[in-house]
Design a protein around this ligand. Structure first.
Ligand code: 2PG
Length: 247
């Protein structure tokens, strides 16, 4: 059996401001750092001590992982990072206020952009303020696959090669494996693991900073339902994520 832990970054500066974030590299705020620390304490309390951590290349996931690992004395473990674990690229919505977007376009369009499986927001304009296309960290990503917007299906398609090539080998080697990533990149991974339908994943929201524990069999299938290490806090945070944008 293999142990996998998924951890969404703690609250970010833009989560708190209610802005669409995507590939914009904002950090966790004070509350987010506290959530990350608590996440690490939960790992220690549960005896789930990671042997390896995989993160995106965005600082809110990188710093959340480091704070959480520090809190359970595993700050020294092997670390791997990939753009394939990044948040969904939010296209032209990056930097926009969620409540203002909801008011301007209406709830149906807002929810299609936020949660539909296969409809991406409009692409971001090249050279606009929150366009990350030429950021040096993506220099090694072929330009034809470097996104200017993404739907969840696109995220799953770019995350799966990393899952199979980098994460599954660690799980097969019996390493307790932590993935520190983002609301939508983790939704894609959960969809894959739990074999959720395209319709069911619309209702899936991931709380900030609370480790989600999976036991996987040798076919990398969950042996039972995944469990949040603090179910009560997870339920409250899921509700808050769900209602973002609404006044
Ligand atoms: O703005 C974003 O990048 C994401 C995660 O914070 O938001 P949402 O939950 O609306 O997909």
């Amino acid at each position: 059996m293999s142990t996998l832990i998924l951890l969404r970054h703690g609250e970010s500066q833009w989560n708190a401001k209610n802005l669409f974030t995507g590939w914009v590299d904002v950090d966790v705020n004070e509350k987010g750092a506290a959530e990350a620390k608590r996440g690490g304490e939960l790992l220690a309390e549960s005896g789930l001590l990671p042997d390896v951590v995989h993160t995106s290349v965005l600082r809110r996931a990188i710093n959340t992982a480091q704070i959480a690992l520090g809190a359970c004395d595993r700050h020294w473990i092997e670390t791997k990072r990939s753009w394939r674990l990044n948040e969904r690229h939010y296209g032209a919505l990056q930097g926009k206020d969620k409540a203002a977007t909801l008011a301007e376009f209406g709830e149906e369009q807002f929810m299609i952009w936020r949660r539909s499986y296969d409809t991406p927001p409009p692409p971001i304009d090249a050279g606009s303020e929150f366009d990350n296309f030429s950021d040096p960290r993506y220099a090694g990503v072929p330009s034809e696959i470097r996104p200017r917007t993404e739907c969840l299906k696109d995220v799953l398609e770019r995350a799966l090669p990393y899952w199979y090539d980098q994460i599954v080998p660690d799980l097969r080697a019996s390493k307790v494996t932590l993935i520190a990533a983002h609301g939508n990149s983790l939704r894609a991974i959960v969809k894959h693991l739990d074999q959720m339908s395209d319709d069911a994943v619309v209702g899936l929201n991931i709380p900030t900073g609370i480790p989600l524990h999976y036991d996987l069999d040798e076919d990398m299938k969950p042996t039972g339902p995944a469990a949040y290490l603090d179910p009560e806090a997870a339920a409250a945070s899921i509700e808050a994520v769900k209602n973002q944008g609404k006044k």
